[in-house]
Design a protein around this ligand. Structure first.
Ligand SMILES: C[S@@+](CC[C@H](N)C(=O)[O-])C[C@H]1O[C@@H](n2cnc3c(N)ncnc32)[C@H](O)[C@@H]1O
Length: 220
């Protein structure tokens, strides 16, 4: 019996997904369309989307936030899991990538649940706080530029209700966080936030080695 997380070989990954992944056709099509983009590696893994959808349902979340939309895969997973009256505020700066996202949200019949804000996400989060949304969000997913991760974390924490959940993506950063020879700004920003959250008494945490590493931080 192992007492640490298992190493996923390609064969084991294939097995895992073959017995657990339930990816709707539309999400599979979005993945295929995104795969031709040179930045396709930014898209979350399908098993991660399924896991996030499960958490949204488990919590009964109705008001959700996303920082980093790209072509809309994670937002679509979350929006499909929200109840009929649910809302997702989705932040990005790319008109081109989010135009693909919007097409799929329409086709999935969830476009009415998603409020896309095209602006630097720090500005959008500040605007939400200024508009009185502090303490009102149930669920948030942070998956944008790493240099702003701390700023996103602090603002998102204020926007969440007590008992709300933040998921932070890429916290293992393809292993670079554990390699002392890697000292670029993005890696340093992720390391700094990981260390800060480890000691942060405002949240209950779990860092799980799904995909590129996710930190789950429960407020309060
Ligand atoms: C890793 S991708 C998001 C992947 C997405 N969650 C998915 O499921 O495919 C990061 C996104 O963050 C966006 N981004 C980068 N800097 C940003 C900023 N300052 N404000 C808002 N979005 C930003 C990029 O345009 C890109 O679409």
């Amino acid at each position: 019996m192992a007492n640490k997380s298992i190493t996923l070989t390609d064969d084991l990954y294939r097995y895992m997904t073959s017995v657990s992944l339930r990816e709707p056709d539309l999400l599979r099509q979005l993945r295929a369309e995104t795969s031709i983009d040179p930045m396709a590696g930014m898209q979350i893994a399908p098993e991660q989307g399924q896991f996030m959808a499960l958490l949204v349902r488990l919590m009964g979340a109705a008001k959700a936030l996303e920082v980093g939309v790209f072509t809309g895969y994670s937002a679509l997973c979350v929006a499909l899991a929200l109840p009929a009256h649910g809302k997702l505020t989705a932040c990005d700066i790319s008109e081109a990538w989010t135009s693909i996202a919007k097409r799929y949200w329409e086709r999935a019949g969830v476009a009415h649940k998603i409020d896309l804000r095209l602006a630097p996400a720090i500005d959008t989060l500040d605007a939400l706080l200024a508009a009185g949304h502090a303490g009102s969000y149930d669920f948030a997913f942070i998956d944008a530029d790493k240099g702003n991760y701390d700023g996103y974390y602090e603002r998102t924490l204020r926007l969440l209700r007590s008992g709300g959940l933040i998921i932070i993506d890429n916290v293992l950063w393809d292993g670079r966080v554990a390699d002392d020879r890697v000292t670029d700004a993005d890696t340093r920003a992720i390391r700094a936030l990981n260390e800060k959250i480890h000691q942060d008494p405002r949240v209950t945490i779990s860092l799980i080695p799904v995909a590129d590493g996710l930190t789950l931080a429960l407020k309060g």
